[in-house]
Design a protein around this ligand. Structure first.
Ligand SMILES: [Zn+2]
Length: 109
């Protein structure tokens, strides 16, 4: 995905791209911390995809329930396509996965 270099937010180790292809979380090769894609990044991505879907539906003259239904159906596929472009505009950001207990202690103050 793209040419951007992804770095661990904790130790700065470079994360290989094939390490996160399987899902939303990965383990840093440098510090072994459990990382995941930032929630704000996912939220931004989803909000933009939703806005894009609604805009498309409006463009095709959909209103009311039909607009809602079509948005619900198209949101995911459009979101996937949108993500493909988004990672080229804004590089993926990672944060420590809160399910990592040690990380949790660090941030829970
Ligand atoms: Zn690291």
């Amino acid at each position: 995905m793209g040419g951007a270099v992804l770095k661990c937010p904790v130790c700065g180790a470079i994360l290989a791209k094939d390490q996160y292809k399987s899902g939303l979380s990965l383990t840093c090769p440098g510090c072994s911390k459990q990382l995941r894609i930032s929630r704000w990044y996912l939220r931004l991505s989803m909000l933009c995809a939703a806005a894009l879907t609604v805009a498309l539906c409006l463009l095709f003259g959909m209103r009311g329930l039909r607009l809602l239904g079509t948005t619900a159906v198209l949101w995911l596929p459009i979101g996937l396509v949108w993500n493909f472009f988004l990672v080229r505009i804004i590089p993926l950001k990672f944060e420590i996965d809160p399910s990592d207990d040690r990380a949790m202690d660090l941030f829970r103050r």
